[in-house]
Design a protein around this ligand. Structure first.
Ligand code: ADP
Ligand code: MG
Length: 240
């Protein structure tokens, strides 16, 4: 078997907010077809990492190579158009628009109308709750439904690599299970996934490999199944 192809290669990613150094030279890679997770506590630098990759915040140093092309300085909309798409943390949806209109906004860079219609049906297949609520004003959805809509909207731009920022945050346990099984299905449908999570147990259960982030540094990496058994990881992230 040939080696898996590296889809995203991040090297020495460094970010400052004013005098505060939020990322201290992070390096990792994501291969085509993988689910990779970055886990870390609140404030570890997870969201900053995704925003630096998407180039919506300024990097002090570091390179981001996507599918062999250095995209470090590419404008955010060009990055999305190239297939690297972030579903935002929490609920950054258009609250005044319907569910369906939000999904169509996700396809704003595309011109293939028939394919857009069939992709909306694909999203409804993954998220039947969104189909039931397609005419509902999005601001009135529950937190979990808004999270699903944020993910569905990201899928509408046909990502090759989907960046997910804490999709389980604030959700009831039963919805967490549902979201994680949907992430698995998105992966099985052929989308590579970089999943950022505080829920280390769930994320390690889904991912093939993981990177552990502490105060802006990768302190440990390895196959997810090994990290689940790692004593230090258990103590710090898995409740002993
Ligand atoms: N806009 C900002 N201005 C100043 N500091 C920030 C800003 N955003 C994040 N930080 C700081 O950067 C660090 C990493 O934050 P963040 O990437 O949001 O962590 P995480 O997503 O892992 O919780 C934290 O110390 C946080 O306080
Ligand atoms: Mg965050």
């Amino acid at each position: 078997m040939s080696d898996p192809k590296v889809l995203l290669n991040v090297t020495n990613l460094t970010v400052h907010y004013g005098a505060i150094q939020a990322l201290r030279g992070i390096s990792f890679e994501v291969c085509e077809g993988e689910i990779i997770t970055l886990i870390g506590s609140n404030g570890a630098g997870k969201t900053t990492t995704l925003h630096a990759i998407s180039n919506i915040i300024r990097k002090t140093a570091g390179a981001v190579v996507f599918d062999g092309t250095d995209i470090s300085a590419l404008p955010p909309d060009r990055i999305v158009a190239s297939g690297l798409v972030q579903a935002p943390e929490g609920r950054r949806i258009f609250a005044n628009l319907s569910v369906k209109d939000n999904l169509e906004m996700g396809a704003y860079l595309r011109k293939d109308r028939p394919a857009i219609r069939s992709d909306i049906e694909m999203v409804y297949g993954l998220f039947p709750r969104l189909k039931e609520r397609r005419q509902q004003v999005s601001g009135t959805l529950s937190g979990g439904e808004q999270q699903m809509l944020a993910m569905g909207r990201a899928l509408m731009s046909k990502p090759r690599l989907l960046l997910l920022d804490e999709p389980s945050m604030g959700l009831a346990p039963i919805l967490v299970d549902e979201i994680f099984s949907i992430i698995r299905r998105i992966s099985e449908n052929g989308t590579t996934i970089l999943l950022v999570e505080q829920n280390a147990f769930k994320a390690l259960g889904l991912a093939s490999r993981a990177y552990i982030l502490e105060t802006g540094q990768v302190i440990k990496t390895g196959p997810a199944k090994d990290l689940l058994k790692d004593d230090a990881v258990k103590t710090a992230y898995l409740g002993g």
